[in-house]
Design a protein around this ligand. Structure first.
Ligand code: CUA
Length: 328
C-alpha cells in the first residue's frame, strides 16, 4: 500500500528541516538557568512541548515541501486535479495521534502545576507589595519591611503578592514564576530557590511611565544568613520603635514652665517677641492663643508657614509646652 511513498526525497527534506529547527533550539539561549525547583519542572515541560512540536513540524513541512516540488502544476495546466477519496487509515491516525498527545500534555501539565503549588509545612511567608514604581517586602514573622527580597536557599517561599495602586506583575526569570499583583486580591506564588545568589525582580505588566524601572533584587542566601539577617533587621526595627516611643514619652510628660522659659529664650524668642507675650515679632504673640498642649506640641514638632519644625525635642519640648501654657 505504501510502496509508492518516496522515502528518500522525504527523508532528505526532513533531515534539512530538522537540522534548521533543532539548530534554532540548541544554539540560542531561550531560557535563563532554572534556579528554582519550580523552574526546573516548568522548563522541562516547555522543552517537552517544544521537541514534540519539532517532530510534527518536520513531518508536516517535509510532506508539504515535497508535494509543492513534485506536483506543482505546469504553467499552461488549467485543469482541476483528479478527484480523490478519503483515506480512512490516514484520518484515524491524524486524529488519534494529536488526541493522545493532547492527553499526555494535559496530564503532564497538571502534574507540574500540582507539584509546583504543593505547600510545604516549613515554608517562609513573605508579603510582596507592588506600587508605582517599586517593590516592598514584608516579613510578618519578624515584623519588618524591606526594599529587597531576602530568601533562604532550598526552602519553599510563599509570596503573598498584592498591589497598592494598579496592576503589576512579579517576575523573577530564573525562578520560572510570574504572577500578577492585582488591587484587592492576594495572589499566592510558591518558589523554592536552589542556588545562592542575587537575581532581578522585574515588573512584567505595563503599569505606567516608570514601568521599565520598576525593579528590585532578590537575594538567595543560606539558612544561617537568612536567620541572622532577620534577627538583625528585627532588632533594628525594635530599637527604633523603642527610641521613638521613649521620645514620645518625654515629650508628653508634664513639663516645667521655668525650664521651658529658658529653652524658649534660647530657641524661640528670636521670632516671638517679649518671650511670646508681645506682638510685633516675626512670629505671632502667643499669650492668649488658648491652644491645647497637643496643638502646641504639634506646631513645634512639625512647624508651619515660616516656622521650622523640630527646633525643640524631648524634655525641652515638654517644658516649652508648659511655658507657653503659663503665658496663655
Ligand atoms: Cu509595575 Cu510595571
Amino acid at each position: 500500500m505504501y510502496k509508492n511513498v518516496p522515502i528518500i526525497p522525504l527523508a532528505v527534506i526532513g533531515v534539512i528541516i530538522a537540522a534548521i529547527t533543532a539548530g534554532q533550539a540548541l544554539f540560542i539561549d531561550w531560557l535563563p538557568p532554572a534556579d528554582s525547583v519550580e523552574a526546573g519542572r516548568t522548563f522541562t515541560l516547555l522543552w517537552f512541548l517544544f521537541w514534540c512540536s519539532v517532530v510534527f513540524f518536520v513531518i508536516v513541512t517535509s510532506v508539504l515541501v515535497y508535494a509543492i516540488w513534485k506536483w506543482r502544476a505546469k504553467d499552461d495546466d488549467l485543469e482541476d486535479g483528479p478527484p480523490t477519496h478519503g483515506n480512512t487509515t490516514l484520518e484515524v491516525v491524524w486524529t488519534a495521534v494529536p488526541s493522545i498527545l493532547l492527553i499526555v500534555v494535559a496530564v503532564y501539565g497538571y502534574i507540574v502545576l500540582e507539584r509546583n503549588e504543593a505547600v510545604a509545612a516549613d515554608r517562609v511567608e513573605i508579603d510582596v507589595y507592588a506600587q508605582q514604581f517599586n517593590w516592598t517586602y514584608g516579613y510578618p514573622s519578624a515584623g519588618i519591611e524591606s526594599g529587597d527580597l531576602m530568601v533562604p536557599v532550598n526552602r519553599q517561599v510563599q509570596l503573598n503578592v498584592r498591589a497598592r495602586d494598579v496592576i503589576h506583575d512579579f517576575w523573577v526569570p530564573q525562578f520560572g514564576i510570574k504572577g500578577d499583583a492585582v488591587p484587592g486580591i492576594t495572589h499566592t506564588l510558591w518558589i523554592t530557590p536552589t542556588k545562592v545568589g542575587t537575581y532581578p525582580v522585574v515588573c512584567a505588566e505595563l503599569c505606567g511611565v516608570g514601568h521599565s524601572v520598576m525593579r528590585s533584587s532578590v537575594h538567595v542566601v543560606t539558612e544561617q544568613q537568612y536567620a541572622a539577617w532577620l534577627a538583625k533587621s528585627s532588632a533594628t526595627v525594635k530599637t527604633a520603635a523603642a527610641a521613638s516611643a521613649a521620645a514620645a514619652k518625654l515629650e508628653t510628660a508634664p513639663g516645667d514652665a521655668a525650664a521651658g522659659k529658658a529653652v524658649f529664650e534660647a530657641k524661640c524668642s528670636g521670632c516671638h517677641a517679649g518671650l511670646g507675650t508681645q506682638a510685633g515679632g516675626v512670629g505671632p504673640k502667643l499669650a492668649g492663643i488658648n491652644w491645647s498642649d497637643e496643638q502646641i506640641r504639634t506646631q513645634v514638632k512639625n512647624g508651619k508657614g515660616a516656622m521650622p519644625g523640630g527646633l525643640v525635642n524631648g524634655t525641652d519640648l515638654a517644658n516649652v509646652v508648659a511655658y507657653v501654657q503659663s503665658i496663655q
